[in-house]
Design a protein around this ligand. Structure first.
Ligand SMILES: [Zn+2]
Ligand SMILES: [Zn+2]
Ligand SMILES: [Zn+2]
Ligand SMILES: [Zn+2]
Ligand SMILES: [Zn+2]
Ligand SMILES: [Zn+2]
Ligand SMILES: [Zn+2]
Length: 1728
């Protein structure tokens, strides 16, 4: 069947290819009925090209469509061959000065914070880089797809609207020139014809709803082929769809995933092809299977012809998009065609038709036509306007459709609003001509239908579905924001009229919110169900910015402001017309004042937090003052209609509610209320809630008698009784009062005092106080930084969302704060400048309670540090604006004085618990404020003014009869001496001082001096004396301290000088391990230190005593005592790899004996250096294991370590470990029994060894039982640990099941020793550190143990196996007939070979009684391998002779190496390149062999324990001497020429070597360069751009959602996505995890580009996120790219990551992260 189909398709293709586009076009040019001709053509050919089988074949379809369908259209359009026609069009075109680039998903976009008219104005990367804005403060984000570059749009930018590229185009284009003039008349006519027909065809077919018919096209092919089409929805999950498809259409999981992915991307996909019944069957299965969920998946059976025409319809739209790119004239014609009204009148244009069908179209179709709109209508200035009108007229319908639609907003035509409404001229035009504001608000109201009886909003329970719907509705608010974003500079009467109409509609909306969600205090029982509150708050939150914007608009025009104010007042009166209804008026009186009010208790009646109308009026009222309208046109304002008690009533209730909640009176109302109160004060809402309530109180009070206000306030706080009844307070002291009630009242009094402080003190909004916007933001920042130094992002978060948060903050921050740069971790911080501390107000109204107490503590501490008194007096305040000026009188009103006096009286009497210190503190603050006020009044006194603020006089006056209470002043003086008020003394002293200062001021300004009371003077002077005395004492104490410090540091200096080395050591090795061993300083003279061989320096044996971290017992490390072990972690590593693509095919059969020089996979061992008894560790590990098993059974939670794999955490430092290394004494000492002089030379020794080997083979053939373990000097417990560690190395290194008998176990142990030394050598070399003395203790201990362990391991493994290994290893250099087929010397890592040979040699030596010492063998082996390495280097080093300066004189070394090289040339038959410069050869050789020598020095140092000479600072000569090598390395060859010539010849004759020399293969050259992480670009946006160009490698050019960069090899991956999951060891894993297995043997370091986050992965279950090495200018990272500040590479931080990698600490880092944050454990890392 498939084959048949294929053949048929090919036959059709062939006939189609014979069509001639030109001929068809000529026919079309001649016809009278073009539409009929074209339709016939399409009807015939489209089904022949598209939809020929079950799966689409896009390439073939595109090719044929271009040839048969589009080709003729292009011919027709051009009237000639389009290959000539289009370039001509392009040339004639005056290109647009608009960029209009449509963004791809994930593409970087830039916005200028200084110049963008609003944040939606963005540039593409190319335009940005060519614009002036790259030097400005900009913001970078990644596009969600859709939207286009605003370059060239003069309305989008305050400055620099064009980039360099688009600037060129403006000079030529005349204003508003008609682009059609560049086209010939014929061309215009043809374009019009063909566009009209094709556009109509596409729209008709895409919006077609019948399943069996076609619009205007007969189905010529009546075949019975159908598709079962599956559509996308946002209800069903990927998994559900995949599962259903597998069942319904019988496909594999892979196919199902493919279908699901396409459905998700394109919006639809055919899942079955065949006759109707066949498809219908699948449809019903799918529907049945998914109907159990909320709604079934959408499936449709469609005739293949319809699908074919729809496919071509889409193709046509894309084609039109590209055709109009050739010419602005064509673009205009298409716009004209699109917007032309059809025969059906209104809404019948093609554009209207598409828009109105939007929600019925599938995703793919929508995307295509949206793109066409963007590249046509939105790019043409004239038609953009016409389109905007169409859009606005259809707005209600489009929104209604959008609400019903379940697709994301980005794929809805409704989302185009941002492109239209944010253009200021369009927005203004739409407001005036289409009444857009009103339309949006009314549409919004349409969708919020739930109301209570009073007509207020009443939201249902906030379910997920509700939330979903509600989110959709909110997009309307967004549209409103767009419309209001740019404020008008000029007002026409029309605009005023329409804006006010919109404002009216908005008030109607707010009216529905005024008083919504009312609450009543719950008494007795706790509420049963938390009431719904979130929806109302969400609404408020979303509207906050709109409310602010409305006010901003009103502020711009006096007439508008007056009208808006009137409207708002009217609505407020409607809301509260009945506010006195049913309430009995009551009369309050105090201190000779009385006022009438209503009886109302917040604690008993309904109260609501939502009062947007009141708050809007408060905002407008401030504007009256700010714009001075109140003073200019008072007659136009309805000020006389204002009833201050009515204005303040509801805001006051709301504030009282907060106070009562705080006093614990509303506990039974549950969390919903607590949350509401929280948001009421929160930065997201407070601007239009809490702040405005304070303003409303200020407004009301400024128009009232302050005594009246205070009495009403006392009454609402339910405190009236307490203060109006003398001696009421005393009643509290009796035992029988309820303590809770007293406590409650105390809190309420505190809160009330706080409120008074705010009403008088909060005057930093322009219009209330005489300040500007900068003062306001400065004050906010000062108070935030008073709490503690903060990062930029923290400050941003603490500020409300408006322009201040953007550039406003930055313009003032330098004035109030200093910036401190971050170090390697942490972030940059702003610190408050000391001189700003005087502006600190402890009762700043935006402090939360916690912030307030933190700030208080911080500020007091600061004062103490500066040796000032700790009083925090109120700061001096700016004066009020005239409209609010009378507010200050609250402070000196009679009722206020009475309240303050009463509280001070309580404090003086100090009986019972009827008062609190906070209460007193607030009274003192209020007194301070009043005094500051009076002082300022006096200071700013002008001639004609009389100071009416006479607070000092009032508080000096004693109370009147009948109480005869003392004056406030007198009480303060009493309190100053009270012992129980120590903390407030400084403040009281400050008050008294200020009081006196004011008195003096008054005296100097007034002519009649007032006699000063003597008592005061005396008191004053005695206070001064007191102060002076304290100061003197403090000074003495300070001097004494300094002296002591000086003495101490002098002593320290001596000590350091005397113990210089010791001190340095302790400084460098701060992480000293528990081990007490340090064989660094034996008393041997440095010059003669030799690490190996018969000449090896003998080291005095010293006892090594260590302590177990578990039982704290000490023990000596000896071969025959109980084993001590180090916690260790073994891992596979590719850090040194030079070939990341190498995979070990079958680990069970893999032979690791020879390490390839590409070091593609090694085994690394690390340790935290903590020592335990082996048995203590065993017990600990067993316990961990048992606990884990129980825990996993019970809780099914994972831990950061995998017990089943032997992992555990070091009991001391929680470092991840998976085995232990035994501690051993130097092993060579134990076996080096004999030490003769007169040892054999190399040739002799090799002969001896070869004979021994032969003998061994013979012996082994006889009795294969491995002989003699009787020699083993180790205790049982050490032997056991040798096996344990050996097996662990084998298991991890080869990834196989543990098997202690396997002959490869010793090889893996040696390999791990060699590899670990190599990694450490590289780290030291990269950091330019000397070889010895610079390793941290833990590494030093680890290497010592590891080397000694590896040297001892042969004692627990099969002797014959080790002997066999030795024989094979040696045979690679000294060939024999037994071992054929060994790797050639080019394919052996010589250091590994050396370690293996040296460590396996004792197995031969132990059966040798010829008297050769072990040391001699070591030396010969070392020399042999060194020579082999020299040859290796000479073979492979790149020998470019040019460019280098060469010294003329040839040294001995150069001559010798040249001779050697010539010999090599001889042996290879001159296949080696001719080199004549000995200087170059010697230079290359020295450089190439250094790493090997350095590794060898480390190895023998740890093996034999010979201390390193202090000069082994890497100089070549010292290294050679330490290693017992001649300085002229080639001397080795001369000395041993007897045997070496033969060996070299045999090496050269190897086939692989020959192939290499013939250039047929590659070999590693030396020195191998260190591996680094990839280079990262300095600017993060380069990475974003790179990632946006990256598409998923598996799903055909699709953009990847989570592009992730491997920092090790630079591969970009498609992470966290179904498309790129692969199977690994039987499990589905994501692209990153799969990649770690090839690139990093299970460990990976990635950068998640969209998130700007580093990802560490280890194995399938471990992972963590790590801060990225990119910082913004404020020294902060931006994980998640939420803030969008430009990010730059921080090299130091990147180096730190690189070091973690090179040190093999990634897994450890993950372990620590997971231990610290348990949620990381739960993440499915393998899916990333
Ligand atoms: Zn651009
Ligand atoms: Zn541009
Ligand atoms: Zn700019
Ligand atoms: Zn112990
Ligand atoms: Zn540890
Ligand atoms: Zn990689
Ligand atoms: Zn993918």
């Amino acid at each position: 069947m498939a084959a048949d189909l294929e053949a048929e398709v090919q036959a059709i293709d062939k006939s189609l290819l014979e069509c001639s586009a030109e001929e068809i076009a000529v026919k079309w040019l001649q016809t009278n009925d073009l539409q009929k001709e074209v339709y016939q053509h399409l009807a015939y050919y489209v089904p022949k090209i598209y939809c020929r089988g079950p799966n689409p074949a896009p390439q073939r379809e595109d090719m044929l469509a271009q040839h048969v369908l589009l080709g003729p259209m292009e011919w027709y359009l051009c009237g000639e061959d389009p290959a000539f026609g289009f370039p001509k069009l392009e040339q004639a075109n005056k290109p647009s000065h608009l960029c209009g680039r449509v963004f791809k998903v994930g593409e970087p976009t830039y916005s200028c914070r200084d110049c963008a008219v609003d944040p939606t104005c963005v540039l593409c990367m190319e335009c940005f880089l060519g614009s002036i804005h790259k030097e400005h403060r900009y913001r970078m984000t990644t596009s969600g797809g859709g939207g286009f570059c605003d370059c060239g749009d003069t309305e989008a930018w305050k400055e620099g609207p064009y980039c360099k590229k688009h600037e060129i185009n403006i000079s030529e284009t005349a204003e508003e020139e008609d682009p059609l003039v560049h086209l010939s008349e014929d061309m215009v006519a043809r374009a019009y014809n063909i566009f009209a027909i094709t556009f109509k065809y596409a729209v008709d077919i895409l919006t077609w709803e019948k399943e069996n018919e076609l619009p205007g096209l007969e189905i010529i092919e009546k075949s019975d082929t159908y598709y079962c089409m599956l559509f996308n929805d946002e209800v069903h999950t990927y998994e559900q769809v995949i599962y259903t498809l597998q069942k319904a259409v019988n496909c594999t999981q892979k196919e199902a995933i493919g279908f699901a992915t396409t459905v998700d991307r394109d919006g639809r996909r055919s899942v079955r092809y065949g006759d109707f019944q066949y498809c219908d069957q699948a449809k019903s299965v799918i529907v049945r299977n998914t109907s159990r969920q909320t709604k079934p998946l959408k499936v449709q059976v469609m005739h293949s012809s319809i699908v074919a025409h729809q496919s071509f319809g889409l193709k046509l739209l894309t084609w039109l998009s590209s055709i109009i790119g050739y010419s602005d004239g064509l673009r205009r014609i298409l716009c004209q065609v699109g917007l032309q009204e059809g025969p059906d009148g209104e809404n019948s244009s093609l554009v209207d038709k598409l828009m109105l069908c939007d929600s019925k179209l599938w995703k793919g179709a929508r995307n295509v036509y949206h793109q066409l709109f963007m590249s046509s209508l939105l790019m043409d200035l004239k038609y953009k306007k016409l389109f905007a009108i169409r859009f606005a007229r259809n707005y209600r319908q489009l929104q209604r459709d959008y609400m019903e639609d379940d697709h994301e907003r980005a794929v809805s035509v409704a989302a185009l609003s941002v492109q239209l409404f944010t253009v200021p001229t369009l927005a203004r035009m739409l407001i005036t001509e289409e009444n857009l504001m009103t339309t949006i608000i009314k549409t919004f109201m349409d969708h919020l239908r739930h109301r209570d009886i009073q007509g207020r909003f009443q939201f249902e329970r906030y379910t997920a579905l509700q939330a979903f719907k509600f989110r959709r509705v909110q997009s309307l608010i967004l549209d409103l924001k767009y419309v209001l974003i740019s404020k008008p500079t000029e007002w026409s009467d029309d605009l005023r009229h329409k804006f006010l109409e919109g404002f009216g509609a908005f008030l109607e909306l707010l009216k529905c919110m005024q008083g919504m969600d009312p609450i009543t205090r719950q008494v007795g029982q706790h509420i049963e169900m938390e009431p719904e509150w979130e929806a109302a708050f969400t609404l408020q939150m979303k509207l906050t910015l709109v409310i602010s914007m409305m006010q901003d608009w009103c502020a711009l025009d006096e007439k508008v402001l007056i009208e808006a104010y009137k409207k708002c007042l009217t609505v407020l009166m409607q809301c509260h017309s009945g506010f006195t209804d049913g309430e009995q008026p009551i009369v309050l009186s105090m201190c000779g004042h009385s006022v009438e009010t209503i009886r109302y208790c917040v604690s008993q009646e309904k109260v609501s937090i939502h009062l947007p109308v009141s708050r809007l009026l408060a905002g407008l009222h401030v504007l009256l003052s700010k714009t001075e309208v109140a003073y200019k046109f008072p007659e136009l304002l309805p000020l006389s209609e204002l009833s201050p008690p009515m204005l303040i009533e509801h805001p006051l209730r709301c504030l009282v509610l907060c106070a009562q909640v705080h006093a614990g009176m509303w506990r039974r109302n549950g969390f919903s209320l607590v949350n509401q109160i929280y948001y009421y004060h929160n930065v997201k809402c407070r601007r239009e809630m809490f702040d405005k309530d304070i303003v409303m109180l200020q407004t009301g009070v400024s128009m009232m008698d302050p005594n009246h206000f205070l009495m009403i306030m006392l009454s609402r706080f339910e405190l009236y009784q307490i203060f109006s009844t003398p001696d009421y307070g005393k009643r509290f002291s009796t035992e029988n009062t309820n303590k809770d009630i007293v406590q409650q009242n105390n809190t309420l009094i505190e809160e009330m005092l706080y409120l008074i402080i705010m009403i008088v003190g909060e005057r930093f909004s322009p219009g209330i106080g005489q300040v500007n916007a900068t003062d306001e933001i400065k004050r906010e920042i000062i108070h935030q930084l008073s709490i503690r130094p903060m990062a930029h992002s923290e400050l941003v978060k603490a500020l409300p969302e408006d322009e201040n948060r953007e550039t406003g903050m930055e313009s003032v921050i330098e004035e109030v704060a200093c910036f401190k740069k971050p170090g390697l971790t942490g972030r940059g911080l702003y610190e408050l400048k000391p001189e700003c501390a005087k502006n600190f107000n402890l009762y700043f109204y935006h402090f939360s309670r916690a912030e307030q107490s933190k700030a208080e503590e911080a500020q007091r501490k600061l004062k103490k540090q500066n040796r000032e008194d700790t009083a925090l007096p109120p700061p001096a305040l700016p004066p009020f604006c005239p409209l609010f000026a009378s507010l200050v009188n609250i402070l000196q009103s009679d009722v206020m004085l009475c309240i303050m006096g009463t509280i001070l009286q309580w404090a003086v009497e100090h009986n019972g618990y009827a008062w609190s210190e906070s209460m007193l503190q607030r009274v003192l603050h209020l007194l301070g404020m009043a005094l500051q006020e009076e002082k300022q009044h006096l200071e700013n006194l002008s001639e004609e003014n009389v100071v009416t603020f006479t607070f000092t006089q009032k508080i000096s006056r004693p109370g009147e009869a009948p109480n005869n209470s003392p004056s406030i002043l007198a009480m303060l003086e009493t309190l100053q001496k009270a012992p129980h008020l120590e903390v407030h003394k400084d403040m009281i002293r400050w008050i008294l001082k200020t009081f006196n200062a004011i008195k003096k001021l008054r005296e100097s300004s007034s002519t009649s001096p007032v006699a000063e009371t003597e008592g005061n003077i005396i008191e004053e002077s005695s206070r001064d004396k007191d102060k002076a005395e304290r100061k003197r004492k403090a000074e003495i104490a300070r001097l004494r301290r300094e002296k002591i410090m000086a003495q101490m540091s002098e002593m320290q200096r001596h000590f350091i000088n005397e113990n210089k080395e010791l001190f340095q050591q302790t400084l460098e090795e701060l992480d000293t391990s528990a081990s007490g061993v340090h064989d660094n300083s034996p008393v041997v003279s440095d010059a003669k230190l030799t690490a190996l061989g018969p000449q090896q320096t003998r080291v005095a044996e010293h006892r090594q005593v260590v302590m177990c971290i578990l039982c704290q017992e000490e023990q000596e490390v000896k071969a025959d005592s109980r084993a001590m072990v180090l916690a260790a972690f073994i891992q596979r590593s590719t850090v040194l790899s030079k070939n990341r693509n190498k995979i070990i095919p079958d680990p069970e059969k893999y032979d690791p004996l020879f390490m390839h020089p590409d070091l593609s996979c090694g085994t690394h061992t690390g340790s935290c250096g903590h020592i335990m008894h082996a048995h203590c560790w065993q017990r600990y590990f067993d316990a961990v294991q048992a606990k884990e098993q129980r825990r996993q059974q019970r809780l099914r939670v994972h831990t950061s370590y995998d017990v089943e794999n032997g992992e555990f955490l070091c009991p001391l430092c929680e470092c991840l470990s998976n085995t232990v290394i035994p501690l051993l004494p130097p092993p060579r000492v134990l076996f080096n029994r004999l030490d003769f002089s007169g040892q054999p030379n190399l040739a002799h020794w090799i002969r001896t060894v070869c004979q021994q080997i032969k003998a061994l083979y013979l012996l082994r053939d006889e009795d294969c039982a491995s002989k003699s373990k009787e020699l083993n000097p180790y205790s049982e417990s050490i032997k056991e640990m040798l096996t344990t560690f050996g097996t662990a190395t084998y298991k991890v290194g080869l990834k196989v099941h543990p098997n202690e008998e396997d002959p490869r176990v010793p090889i893996m142990c040696w390999g791990s020793c060699a590899y670990t030394i190599q990694t450490i050598e590289r780290i030291l070399a990269d950091e330019d550190k000397p070889l010895f003395g610079h390793l941290p203790c833990r590494q030093d201990d680890c290497l010592t143990s590891l080397t000694r362990f590896a040297a001892a391991h042969w004692t627990v493994s099969s002797l014959s196996a080790v002997q066999g290994h030795f024989c094979t290893l040696l045979a690679s250099l000294v060939p024999n007939e037994k071992n054929g087929n060994l790797p050639c010397i080019l394919d052996i890592d010589m250091f590994h070979l050396l370690v293996n040979l040296v460590l396996s040699y004792p197995a031969i030596h132990c059966q040798d009684f010829s008297g050769v010492s072990l040391g001699t063998g070591d030396l010969h082996l070392f020399h042999l391998v060194t020579m082999a390495h020299i040859i290796q280097i000479l073979f492979t080093s790149s020998t470019e002779e040019n460019g280098m300066d060469q010294e003329n004189t040839s040294s001995e070394e150069e001559v010798a190496v040249l001779t050697l090289y010539k010999f090599l040339c001889q042996c290879t038959g001159s296949a080696l390149k001719e080199i004549s410069s000995g200087w170059h050869l010697w230079k290359n050789l020295k450089a190439g062999i250094m790493p090997f020598l350095r590794c060898s020095a480390l190895f023998f140092h740890y093996l034999n324990g010979v201390p390193a000479p202090s000069e082994v600072e890497g100089t070549f000569e010292h290294l050679c001497s330490y290693l017992s090598l001649p300085n002229n390395l080639t001397c080795l060859f001369q000395e041993n020429s007897e045997i070496m010539n033969t060996l070299i010849e045999s090496w050269c004759s190897n086939n692989e070597v020959k192939r290499y020399l013939e250039g047929k293969r590659h070999a590693i050259s030396y020195a191998r360069e260190s591996n680094k992480l990839i280079d990262l670009p300095g600017d993060y946006s380069c990475l974003i751009n790179q990632a946006s160009n990256f598409s998923c490698p598996k799903s055909g050019g699709d953009k990847s959602r989570a592009p992730t960069l491997c920092l090790v090899c630079g591969t970009m991956l498609c992470s966290q996505s179904y498309c790129c999951q692969t199977e690994l060891e039987g499990e589905d894993v994501g692209a990153c995890t799969a990649h770690t297995y090839t690139c990093g043997s299970g460990v990976g370091i990635f950068l998640r580009v969209r998130e700007c986050q580093v990802l560490f992965l280890a194995g399938k279950t471990k992972g963590c996120f790590y801060p990225p090495p990119y910082l913004d200018d404020y020294g902060e990272t931006d994980q998640g790219l939420r803030r969008g500040n430009p990010l730059h590479l921080c090299k130091e931080r990147f180096k730190k990551i690189q070091k973690l990698w090179q040190q093999h600490s990634i897994t450890e880092e993950i372990g620590h992260a997971q231990e610290a944050n348990q949620t990381l454990v739960g993440i499915d890392w393998q899916h990333l």
